[in-house]
Each structure stands twice: as structure tokens, then as C-alpha cells.
Write a protein that binds this ligand. Structure first.
Ligand code: HEM
Ligand SMILES: [Cu+2]
Length: 658
């Protein structure tokens, strides 16, 4: 167990945390070894952000290929098979390898700072989650680099409906990579969510009651519960599909008495809460940004929190609205239709509260604010078409058409992506000590905003005019030519906007204007720290006196200074700040899972010679994972102590053996 140590540990406790002699303690302060062994939540946040932005570009490139193919009727940029692979990998990548890890980057970097903690509860488990996510991403994409007729990248759609994904229809290994990749991503997500829940419940600073938590941290908590409660459903489905594909069981095989519809139920029991896992963090980010740039507290804080919780709760009761056209019957259809309409209520309440925050505010149109306002408007449009889907008769027209494509891109790009891009701009000064130029920031916003709407708004009409999704081309006389041509121009404009956004970020990281702390005059605890925050975050664990804790501190300076002096004295008497050692073992454990995953998916399953390589690689992978977990487990609570001089500079007795 590697609990980041609360400040009040006694000398004796520290003595117990001595490290067994046999183990190596990585001390690299920079370079690859530091990144492979770091357990610092801020650095792990960076790594999630780095990989997520990389895969966002990959997913974006795949989308542009799809749009290039659909620019003209009967086009031949992609073959039908390549098109299937492209939209499958585009959807899977954007959801599991871009939006989710980008949210996890903010969960990791910002949440502990917002609650007044020095790290997450289990720093090494946090590192393990990150590297297992990377292992899952590698397995999902390994097929691109292998022969496409026997392997190839996944091509069964992002929701992998059976029996299409069975061996009968897709015998090659592409689907095995999809199954194993998602399994590893599930392990990573569940481990990370457990960590965040324990951190938010256990490591809040004194006085940080639940109803004083910043909304972003609340949305982190609710999202973590959604992940833990929804991933088991898809995990079961994936295990059953794996069994059908490798051991000829018949979970989804009609001829063997199986039920393909079972897959759809299991997938969407996960899949619908998944869309809230994608949007709640975004709503949390926007709930932080709007008050800061409206110069007003968030309007209706308790309502915003409880509507988020009720969205999370109701999110488990609507899954079959994805199956209105599967012939479930009037009763089930009516029930899921009604429940889906119910979810529009807390969502609407949340949007009203965000708009209420703007009301009578002194709006400062900075770049983060532009993206946040873009979120409010665009997500609303996506919400309206969502309500249209909840009416089953209307959905019977819209299902599997481009109307659906328009709907979920308004909620996933207009919603999630706009908010995440706003969050990067908002917390960039805190993370890197530099501020993005307003001119270039706003230019990228407008190009992205216009490109996005030109791409996806016409798709509403394409869908109502009958254009089906997942079809690699169309005939010239279908009446879809102009809208598709415009949508593709829009997609490339969006691509240019995203390119400028990234270029501005890289330039600012290298050469941007340096800024002092709290550049936005904000309200929450993370802004009380120097930017970038030191390894140990807080010199003294703050005592929280109100919601918007930093705002209170800024306006009660004497009281807080006196308090902090007392706490600093107490902390140094208790042996200083305990910080966890870096460790290589979480990385080794994840590496083992990667090798195991390749063993299970790459080689043939029948008793051909390949079986030996399959069993061998799988066993070696299992062994490496076991070694990683074993040495991780005997590292115990080891760490080092930081003593701060009067200027807050650490005087550590790093790695001293006690
Ligand atoms: C960046 C610009 C993007 C463009 C131009 C784009 C374009 C498209 C298009 C044209 C399709 C439909 C393919 C078809 O069914 O024929 C599609 C599917 C999809 N997109 Fe996007 N998209 C973008 C970003 C995103 C983002 C950010 C997400 C998620 C967070 C996303 C998630 C999906 C999903 C889940 C599918 C369904 C894939 C499937 O049917 O299996 N897209 N996208
Ligand atoms: Cu749904």
C-alpha cells in the first residue's frame, strides 16, 4: 500500500517506512528514467496529457481521411475495408485514447491541488494506471503495423457489435487487438478511479468539506464512480467475445444458442455512462472557468453539484435508447424513452446555472472564456438533438444516419473537446508559468469554432435526407453532394484551427511570456501555489474556511499567515514533509501486461505451431507483471523527508536510511 503520507505522521511512523535493502530507488531528476519512474501526480498528469494530445492528432488525421473520402460521390481515397478501419479507429481513439486520458491529465494535475493535498492517495498505483493505459493504446494500434489481411487495426466499429465481431465475420486478429486493448484500458481506468475516490475522500485539507469542494473535483469524483460501476459491464462482454473468438463458446453465436442482442445490452450498460464519463469532466472545467472570467461565484453551486450527481445516477437507466430500432417492444421502448427525457432535466439545470453565472457578470473575454462559452452554446445544440433522439419514433428515422453523427460530435467536440481546450488555456500558466498570447489563442478559437460548425451542422440535414453512417461512398444522385463537400471543407478548416492551437501551445511552452502566480485572480486552492507548483505542492497544508478557499485566503491574509506559521512549525516538529520515492515497478508491471496482451492476441489460437509462441509469450508477460507487482508490494511505504527552510526551499534528507 503506497498512501501519500498525511502531514501528521510521527517519527515512529516514518521509521517504519524504511525501504527493504534489496531495492533500487530511482533518483533521476530528469530524462527518460525520471519519466519512467516518477510517481508525482503532476508529472503523471503531463504524461497523460502528452499521450492524449498525440492520439487526438492521430484520431483527427483519421477523421480527415474519412472526410476526404466522402468529399465527392464514388470517391476512391479509401477502400470499403480501409474506411471500416478508419471510422472504427477514429471513434475508439478519440473516446478512449484522447478525451478520457486528457480528462485524466486534469484529474491528476489539478484535483490534488484543489483539495489541498500533496499527491494522490496511491502514487505508484497512479503510475501503474498511466503505463497500463499506454500498453492498452499500443495493443489497440499495433495492427496498423502488421499485415492487414491476417491482422490489421480494429474494423468492427467503436461499439463492436456481435456477431459482426465474431470469428465468422472478422476472422483476422484486428478484433482481438480491440478486445485486449479495451481490457487493458479498463484496468487502467478502474485503478485510476479508485485512486481518485480515495484521494478526494481521504486527503482533503482540514476544513475542505464536501460542499466546499471545487466543482471540477466533484465531477472528478462522480466520473470516477461512473467508471468503476460501468466498466465491469463491458469487461464481461469483452471476455465473452474473447471466449467466442478463441475457444468457440457461443455467448453471441445464434447457431450455438447465443444472443447477439446480449452484446448490445452489455455494451450500452457501459456505453451510455461512458458518454457522461466524457462530458462531466468538461462540465467541471467550464464550471471553474466561467466564474473566474465573470468575476462572480458559480451560480447555484449545490444545484450544479447535485445535477451532476443525478446525471451520473440516471445515466445507468437509459442504455437501451441506443437500441430503439432493435424491436424491444413498446413497453421497454417507452420506459427508456421516458428515462432518457428525464436526463435532459438535470442537464438543462446545469446549463441554466452556467448561464446564470454569466448573468450580470463583468465578463472578461479571455481565450479560456471563449472556449468555455463555445462549450455552452455547442453542447446545447448537441443536447437538443439528444432530446429528439429520446422520442423513439423520431429516433427510428435518425438512428444510424448522419443526424446521429452530427449529434454526438456536437456533444463530444462542441462539448468535451471545447472544454478540454479551454482547460489547457486556463491552467497553462499554473502548469508551465507562461501565458498563451490572447491574439493567437482567440484566432485558433474562431477557426476551430467556424470549422467545427461548417463540418457538423450540415450533417443534421444529410441525416434527415437519409444518408447512412459507416458507408464508404454514395451515388451522385442522392442529393448529398453539396453538404458533403461543405462538411469536408469544414473538417479541414477545423484541422487548421487545431494545428494553430497546438503550434501556439508549443511556442508558449518554449518561449511564452512568463507570468506570476494566480494570473487570472481566481478562487480555488490550486491558484495559491507558485507556477509551476513545487514537487511537494503546499509549503503548509492549508486550512479551508470557505468555498472558493483561495479567494477567502486572499481576503483574510493576516489570519491565514498566522495560521500557516503555526502549522509550519507543527509540521517540521513532526519530521517534515514525507514524499514517496520514485519507483520502476509500476512500469514493469504494466510492461508485463503489454507482453501478455500481445501473447494472447498476436498468435493463432488453434493447435498450430503458433500455440507454443502464444503460450510462451503470454507466460513471460505474466511473469514480468508478477515481478513488477511483487517488488512494488515489498517497497512498502518508503519515501523521503523534506524539511523546508524559512523560504520554503526544501532541505531534504533524501533517501537517508532510517
Ligand atoms: C476532429 C474532428 C472530427 C471529425 C472531422 C470527425 C468526423 C467523423 C465522421 C465523418 C464520422 C462518421 C464516419 C461514418 O460513420 O461514416 C465520425 C465518426 C465518429 N466520431 Fe468523429 N470526428 C471528429 C472528432 C471526433 C471526436 C473528438 C470524437 C470523440 C470524442 C469523435 C467520435 C466519433 C465516434 C465515436 C464515431 C463513430 C465511429 C463508428 O461509427 O464506429 N469524433 N467522425
Ligand atoms: Cu446513450
Amino acid at each position: 500500500m503506497d498512501l501519500a503520507q498525511p502531514a501528521h505522521l510521527t517519527k515512529e511512523d516514518h521509521a517504519h517506512s524504511a525501504q527493504p535493502k534489496i531495492l533500487w530507488i530511482p533518483t533521476a531528476k530528469k530524462g527518460l528514467l525520471m519519466w519512467l519512474t516518477t510517481v508525482d501526480h503532476k508529472k503523471i498528469g503531463f504524461l497523460y496529457g502528452f499521450f492524449a494530445l498525440f492520439f487526438f492528432l492521430v484520431g483527427g488525421f483519421e477523421a480527415l481521411l474519412i472526410r476526404a473520402q466522402l468529399m465527392f460521390p464514388n470517391n476512391n481515397v479509401l477502400t470499403a475495408q480501409q474506411y471500416n478501419t478508419m471510422f472504427t479507429m477514429h471513434g475508439t481513439t478519440m473516446i478512449f485514447l484522447a478525451v478520457m486520458p486528457l480528462s485524466a491529465a486534469f484529474f491528476n494535475f489539478i484535483m490534488p491541488l484543489q483539495i489541498g493535498a500533496r499527491d494522490v492517495a496511491f502514487p505508484r498505483l497512479n503510475a501503474f494506471s498511466l503505463w497500463t493505459f499506454v500498453a492498452g493504446a499500443i495493443i489497440l494500434n499495433i495492427g496498423w503495423f502488421l499485415p492487414s489481411h491476417t491482422h490489421g487495426a480494429p474494423d468492427g466499429g467503436w461499439f463492436g457489435y456481435a456477431p459482426l465481431t465474431s470469428k465468422n465475420f472478422i476472422p483476422k486478429h484486428s478484433i482481438d487487438y480491440w478486445v485486449m486493448g479495451l481490457q487493458l484500458l479498463g484496468v487502467a481506468s478502474i485503478a485510476a478511479s479508485l485512486n481518485f475516490i480515495v484521494t478526494i475522500i481521504n486527503l482533503r485539507a482540514p476544513g475542505m468539506t464536501m460542499m466546499r469542494l471545487p466543482v471540477f473535483t466533484w465531477m472528478t469524483l462522480i466520473t470516477a464512480f461512473l467508471l468503476i460501476l460501468s466498466f465491469p459491464a463491458i469487461t464481461i462482454a469483452l471476455v465473452e467475445l474473447m471466449m467466442d473468438r478463441n475457444f468457440s463458446t457461443n455467448f453471441f453465436e445464434v447457431s450455438g444458442g447465443g444472443m447477439p442482442i446480449l452484446w448490445q445490452h452489455l455494451f450500452w450498460v457501459f456505453g451510455h455512462p461512458e458518454v457522461y464519463i466524457l462530458i462531466l469532466p468538461a462540465m467541471g472545467i467550464v464550471s471553474e472557468i466561467l466564474p473566474t472570467f465573470s468575476r462572480k461565484p458559480l451560480y447555484g453551486y449545490p444545484i450544479v453539484v447535485f445535477s451532476g450527481a443525478s446525471i451520473g445516477f440516471l445515466g445507468f437507466a437509459v442504455w437501451s435508447h441506443h437500441m430503439f430500432t432493435t424491436g424491444m417492444g413498446a413497453v421497454a421502448t417507452a420506459a427508456f424513452s421516458l428515462l432518457t427525457m428525464c436526463i435532459a432535466v438535470p442537464t438543462g439545470v446545469k446549463m441554466f446555472n452556467l448561464i446564470g453565472t454569466l448573468w450580470n457578470g463583468r465578463l472578461m473575454m479571455r481565450t479560456p472564456m471563449m472556449f468555455a462559452l463555445g462549450f455552452v452554446w455547442m453542447f446545447m445544440i448537441g443536447g437538443f438533438s439528444g432530446v429528439m433522439h429520446s422520442a423513439a419514433p423520431a429516433d427510428a428515422q435518425q438512428q444510424d444516419s448522419y443526424f446521429v453523427i452530427a449529434h454526438f460530435h456536437y456533444v463530444l467536440i462542441g462539448g468535451s473537446i471545447f472544454a478540454l481546450l479551454a482547460g489547457i488555456h486556463y491552467w497553462f500558466p499554473l502548469m508551465f508559468g507562461r501565458k498563451v498570447s490572447e491574439f493567437w489563442g482567440k484566432l485558433s478559437f474562431w477557426i476551430i469554432f467556424i470549422g467545427f460548425n461548417v463540418t457538423f451542422f450540415p450533417m443534421h440535414f444529410l441525416g434527415l435526407n437519409g444518408m447512412p453512417r459507416r458507408t464508404f461512398t454514395y451515388d451522385a444522385n442522392m442529393g448529398w453532394n453539396t453538404a458533403n463537400f461543405i462538411a469536408t471543407i469544414g473538417a479541414f478548416t477545423l484541422g487548421v484551427g487545431i494545428f494553430i492551437y497546438f503550434a501556439v501551445m508549443v511556442y508558449t511552452y518554449l518561449k511564452g511570456e512568463k507570468v506570476a502566480k494566480d494570473v487570472w485572480d481566481a478562487r480555488t486552492l490550486e491558484w495559491s501555489l507558485p507556477n509551476p507548483p513545487p514537487e511537494y505542492n503546499f509549503r503548509v497544508i492549508p486550512t479551508v474556511h470557505a468555498r472558493d478557499a483561495w479567494w477567502y485566503e486572499k481576503h483574510h491574509k493576516e489570519e491565514i499567515a498566522k495560521e500557516n506559521a503555526e502549522h509550519a512549525k507543527a509540521e517540521s516538529e513532526h519530521g517534515g514533509i514525507h514524499m514517496p520515492n520514485n519507483s520502476i515497478w509500476p512500469f514493469v508491471a504494466a510492461l508485463g501486461l503489454l507482453v501478455l496482451g500481445i501473447g494472447v492476441t498476436y498468435f493463432e489460437s488453434d493447435w498450430s505451431p503458433g500455440i507454443h509462441a502464444k503460450l510462451g509469450t503470454t507466460l513471460v508477460g505474466g511473469l514480468i507483471a508478477f515481478i513488477g507487482i511483487y517488488f512494488w508490494s515489498i517497497e512498502g511505504n518508503a519515501g523521503y523527508h523534506l524539511h523546508l527552510d524559512e523560504h520554503g526551499n526544501p532541505v531534504d534528507d533524501k533517501h537517508a536510511k532510517h
